[in-house]
Design a protein around this ligand. Structure first.
Ligand SMILES: Cc1cc2nc3c(=O)[nH]c(=O)nc-3n(C[C@H](O)[C@H](O)[C@H](O)COP(=O)(O)O)c2cc1C
Length: 135
């Protein structure tokens, strides 16, 4: 099974989640600045919420995919909003990409809110999520 991990981060939280998935999948987690260069079965895509929206680089990454992607699995963190899933799903589907309803979300530290998140438990939870997807 061919697996890729891409993410966008402003303050490091999504990178922590992406690196936890990378540990389980034995694949390097890269930022969305690095386009996919070969077909993949599974694409783990990580994002967060800023001023109520996902960053435009996630949208651009999805628009510019020109390889075959079996299925996207969304993972995200935010301080208040429950998930980026709805926004990412909309963008993915607008570009003809399949995205699973099976997604991962946890709280992400923002200023004084949710300090320390994602924490050890969040990282273990996302590893279990990734294992479930790839096994
Ligand atoms: C500039 C900025 C704006 C944010 N706006 C929101 C928001 O509108 N709603 C929300 O739930 N979280 C908001 N957050 C919190 C982030 O979604 C949360 O900290 C997330 O874990 C950040 O991920 P990152 O460290 O990978 O960038 C904001 C964070 C930043 C830095």
């Amino acid at each position: 099974m061919k697996i890729a991990i891409r993410y966008y981060t402003k303050t490091g939280n999504t990178k922590k989640l992406a690196d936890a998935i990378a540990e389980v999948c034995n694949v390097e987690a890269k930022t969305v600045d690095e386009p996919l260069t070969e077909d993949v079965d599974v694409l783990f895509l990580g994002s967060a919420i800023y001023a109520a929206g996902i960053d435009k680089s996630i949208k651009e990454f999805l628009q510019n995919i020109n390889v075959n992607v079996g299925c996207i699995y969304n993972f995200s963190s935010a301080a208040l909003i429950e998930s980026t899933f709805g926004q990412v799903k909309k963008e993915a589907e607008a570009n003809g990409l399949k995205i699973s309803d099976d997604e991962f979300h946890c709280r992400g530290a923002f200023k004084l809110i949710h300090r320390g998140r994602p924490n050890e438990k969040d990282l273990n939870d996302i590893k279990e999520f990734a294992k479930r997807i790839i096994n």
